[in-house]
Design a protein around this ligand. Structure first.
Ligand SMILES: C[S@@+](CC[C@H](N)C(=O)[O-])C[C@H]1O[C@@H](n2cnc3c(N)ncnc32)[C@H](O)[C@@H]1O
Length: 290
């Protein structure tokens, strides 16, 4: 389950790029730093030298995160960031077996390079995020052939006009829908299903308890005190039953794809992973548009 894109395309030896605190955009730091940390702590499981290079090139105060580097919970958080990406890669590679020339669309991409990790030389890669995030991305990462960045709010569907799904299209959203309202996710899904038959969407979710416990600090920083109305899923079969034309399959986020049996990953990590999947309802959902 290892991958490494050898930091291809990261601009180095340049002035640092600033990320503002207490913004939705700042949320990209946590998974990025988590992937860097996971590469350092669990190299047998996961490698992403790209994340380290990107962190080094950001003008952002990492000291608060660095202080917690050795705490068990933060270590687990780094595993979470890595497993989510590995799960997405698994689903994308499955889809590419059927549609090798598909477009891989990274919704709320932040500074994530999952698209490149799945590149088969034929597919195309599109990264969508808010304009200021795309600006940071362009300063740090060189756009490759068959790659395009789109600066847009995902809730403004004009970005879809720029995605041609004729050869297949898989959308993936990692750590993005927690910031959406339930109806906003539903409307987005139904629009994608209408436009892209044969397409697919992969995203992660947590249950209500998970959202409250795991994201309270982030949500508080963003001025959100009540999770009611936000997107959380306790029972995917019941709650994601939005259309007969959308086939839904769901798996555990931490243990649904891989068993986490790797050197340095102890029983306590795997136990917490089980709690995450079973009690916090951490899950990865795949929706196929028929
Ligand atoms: C937690 S970060 C995840 C980043 C990336 N997917 C990853 O795994 O590293 C959430 C990302 O979603 C983006 N985002 C949130 N709401 C968005 C919206 N309405 N339109 C576009 N991007 C959005 C944020 O700017 C941020 O980059």
């Amino acid at each position: 389950m290892k991958w490494d894109i050898l930091s291809k395309g990261v601009r180095i030896d340049m002035k640092k790029v600033r990320i503002e605190k207490n913004t939705v955009q700042e949320t990209l730091i946590v998974p990025l730093y988590g992937r860097k940390m996971c590469s350092e702590k669990f190299p047998e499981l996961y490698t992403d030298s790209f994340a380290k290079k990107l962190c080094d090139n950001l003008d952002y105060d990492f000291s608060e995160l660095e202080k917690k580097n050795n705490s068990f919970l933060y270590e687990f958080g780094s595993l979470e960031a890595a497993m989510r990406q590995l799960d997405m890669i698994w689903e994308i590679k499955e889809y590419l077996k059927k549609y090798p020339k598909a477009v891989l669309v990274n919704l709320g991409c932040g500074l994530d390079e999952t698209g490149k990790a799945c590149d088969n030389g034929l597919c195309r890669i599109v990264n969508v995020d808010f304009p200021d995030v795309i600006e940071v991305r362009k300063e740090l990462i060189i756009e490759q052939d068959r790659e395009q960045n789109i600066a847009c709010d995902l809730k403004d569907y004009s970005w879809m006009d720029r995605i041609d799904g004729t050869n297949g299209v898989i959308f993936f959203a990692a750590g993005v829908f927690h910031y959406f309202k339930r109806d906003e996710v539903k409307t987005l899904v139904l629009e994608l299903a209408k436009r892209y038959k044969g397409g697919c969407l992969v995203f992660d979710s947590v249950g209500k308890l998970g959202l409250k416990l795991m994201m309270s600090k982030t949500l508080k920083n963003m001025g959100i005190s009540d999770v009611e109305g936000l997107f959380y899923i306790n029972n995917p079969i019941r709650e994601l039953n939005w259309s007969k034309k959308v086939k839904v399959t769901s798996k555990g986020y931490m243990l649904g794809y891989y068993d986490l049996k790797s050197p340095n990953i102890g029983f306590s990590h795997r136990f917490l992973a089980m709690i995450g999947d079973r009690m916090m309802k951490m899950a990865i959902h795949r929706m196929d548009f028929e």
